[in-house]
Ligand binder design. Sequence first.
Ligand code: EPZ
Length: 419
Amino acid sequence: MEKLVISGPTSLKGEVEISGAKNAAVAILPAALLIDGVCTISNLPNISDVKLSCEILEALGAKIKWIDANTIEVDSRNITTTQAPLNLTSQFRASYYIIGAMLSRMGAVQVAMPGGCQLGARPIDQHIKGFEALGAEVVVEKGLINAKADKLIGGSVYMDIVSVGATINVMLSAVLAEGTTIIENAAKEPHIVDVANFLNTMGADIRGAGTDIIKINGVEKLTGDATYSVVPDQIEAGTFMLAAIASKGDVLIKNCITKHLESITRKIIEVGGQIEDFGDSLRVWCDERPKHATIKTLPYPGFPTDLQPQMGVVLSLADGTSIINESIWDSRFQYTDELNKMGAKINAQGTRAFFEGVDHLEGAPVYSTDLRAGAALIIAGLVAEGETEIYNLEHIDRGYENIEEKFRNLGAKIKRVEE
Ligand code: EPZ
């Protein structure tokens, strides 16, 4: 078993280069199954969720060639089966994108119910509602999802809930359908725009991604023969921004789209941090103890749930009492028990948590309960006095590329050791 050992406290200083977005990459890879041709995808984060996505594509018959650590060529001319390997699809959440992509390309698919971080109930009813509106038949039974359609025909889908996954999945299923599909109350996250841009580059006709109405005019075929670079990861950028604030550091975050980070930028300024915006990079620094704040997580462009635990570390060190209301996931405060082991004073009740700011944290053995909880514990370990050991690294490795190396370059004393 591996663990991270961090000796703190450290004030982070220097520059960090942001990788491609995990949540865009894990949707773009299945989207490549729609192409009756070859495409090249660059700026892919080298993380375990991307490797898993590639394995699923290969099991379906696609050929993948790694050009370098962050670039692959995908040849989807010959899809050989509609049965996705159950042991792989059950391992992570984004495997649900295989359904939309394969329905569109092959008219049938079988996958396992998706796994992924345990953040509370994670239904897929809105995905299914969308597929059915296009004429598919979907049966969920004994942990398996079977979907088929003789022919998909464009339709109108009103999402009852703003859902990133359902918006992308219905978009995937509509690309090769006959006629026009309209998705209303669509999610607007940057990775939705990125998936639409990827598909349009390959020959699709998708309009309005990034707004709450997306229109997809079905096309006969996607031919590929193009290269696409994945958008920078706004959650990774936000993680380093919040690490800079928590550690009273001074960090230049390079290769990010600062427009995607506005909700975080505003909160950082509210708690006393400072920001210089260069458009594709941000300098973030803080000289004083953060101030308390109230935060509610919301779909984009609101404050992202995927930065809530990292912000929780900042607020556990703030001057005064802060409140976080988590409105996306029922169970995203599991990390607070771990922070409390380090001396934080957090009282989490359901989807709301109260943070009574303390003046310092102390190192302790802690367990990462999900991906972003793991990132929060790393930040806590950096600012805590003494040694912190973090276990369950598989969660962190799912979504952050070279995380120790990136923090080490900023002065952190962090190492991965085998127990
Ligand atoms: C995506 O999950 C991200 N994952 C999550 O990132 C992120 O937390 C989440 O969006 C919200 O931003 C990927 O992109 C792979 P949703 P997703 O559908 O698509 C409810 C991370 O750490 N809902 O937008 O699964 C759902 O229960 C992670 O990188 C339904 O009720 O999230 C939730 O309350 C973890 N029915 C809300 O909608 C549905 O059919 C938003 O979920 C679908 C969702």
